[in-house]
Design a protein around this ligand. Structure first.
Ligand code: DP6
Length: 350
């Protein structure tokens, strides 16, 4: 293959996303057992830069990786085996040295480690480098980026676009796929187009059980089939709800997805609990608040102790008051992180 550039460089800033219907359980290689829907965040970002230099000698994958200016050998190893999977699609990977630098905008030591923002930023960099090095324009640039983000971490494939995204083949959406996510913004009712996600940091630090391990535990899970069916049904339901603008139904589906995710963890043959007492206390406070005020504030959870508070933007001033007055005491070091629905990744100018 003839390479048109001997050196190439690119930087992408890419966001995390929050799942409304959860991906929990895999089939085949990094394919989801059921479809999922998320929206993209606007503040929780990873910025990744890759500088590529042509090598005269071909020597396989050759990279150096640093995170927030410190060399990170553990992630460098993970990255090597990830890039190895990409050699067929991006043959130049065997002929270039890659110098990779990454950093997050998450609050310092908040314990929010996002594989979604990390792998979406990386996959976007790979696609941009491919165009620069090969001189070939990628027709389905974002679709390919979503595919390669998925190969790193499933949830990452939903982070290459802004707004609302769906991953996983479902009869409810004709262009849906298990291999990459698709954007569904054109289906979303105006009431759902401006939403906030306030992330309450209940506990910083590494989780006891990784998501990857959690997915694997579904294989032996007595409720796996029921869960997958519910994931399909809730995706179909949520799409209709998002189209019709039905907030009460939205609350019911999204909270039930969050609680089911954690119920699956607790009921797995090797059980584990990622919620903390303060997680549960916050969930009850949200229910009380909703009962007392008639608000449309709701919660969701990812695979950890932190709580995501979701609300329509019109309610944000009241919700922020509620957080400051009543929820800060449940957060570690009173840490929380405000996000809204974001517009998706941005390529940084050189
Ligand atoms: C609970 O995408 O982190 O956040 O594919 O093994 O990297 P891997 O898993 P990951 O799982 C995310 C699980 C979740 C739900 C979701 O984002 O849909």
């Amino acid at each position: 293959m003839n390479y048109v550039s001997k050196t190439a460089g690119v930087t992408w800033k890419s966001p995390s996303n929050i799942a409304l219907v959860k991906y929990w359980g895999k089939k085949g290689h990094q394919l989801p057992a059921n479809p999922s829907i998320s929206f993209t965040l606007d503040q929780a970002l990873t910025e990744t830069s890759i500088q590529a230099e042509f090598k005269e000698q071909q020597s396989g994958i050759d990279i150096s990786f640093s995170f927030e200016n410190a060399k990170n050998e553990a992630f460098e190893l993970k990255l090597k085996s990830y890039l190895q999977k990409g050699v067929q699609q991006f043959p130049w990977l065997n002929h270039y040295h890659l110098d990779i630098h990454s950093s997050n905008t998450f609050p310092h030591s908040s314990g929010i480690a996002s594989s979604a923002s990390a792998y979406s930023a990386l996959a976007l960099c790979l696609c941009s480098l491919h165009e620069e090095i090969s001189g070939e324009k990628l027709v389905d640039f974002y679709q390919l980026a979503s595919f390669w983000a998925r190969m790193g971490s499933g949830s990452a494939c939903r982070s290459v676009y802004g707004g609302y995204n769906l991953w996983g083949k479902t009869p409810a959406l004709s262009n849906s796929s298990d291999e990459y996510a698709v954007n569904v913004d054109h289906l979303i009712h105006p009431d759902f187009q401006a939403f906030n996600d306030t992330i309450l940091i209940i506990e910083k630090g590494q989780k006891a059980v990784s998501s990857t391990r959690g997915h694997a535990l579904l294989e032996q899970h007595p409720f796996a089939e029921i869960r997958y069916r519910t994931g399909f049904d809730n995706t179909e339901r949520l799409l209709k709800i998002l189209e019709a603008g039905e907030i009460k139904d939205f609350i019911q589906v999204v909270e039930s997805e969050a609680l089911m995710l954690h119920a699956l963890m607790m009921s797995s043959p090797t059980p584990f609990i990622l919620m903390k007492p303060n997680t549960l206390a916050v969930l009850e406070k949200v229910w009380d608040y909703r009962r007392q005020t008639g608000s449309n504030l709701l919660f969701t959870l990812d695979a950890g102790a932190n709580v995501h508070l979701l609300n329509p933007v019109v309610e944000n001033a009241h919700v922020q008051e509620f957080v400051k007055n009543e929820l800060l005491g449940y957060c570690q070091n009173e840490l929380y992180f405000c996000n809204a629905i974001g517009n998706g990744p941005v390529k940084q100018e050189k």
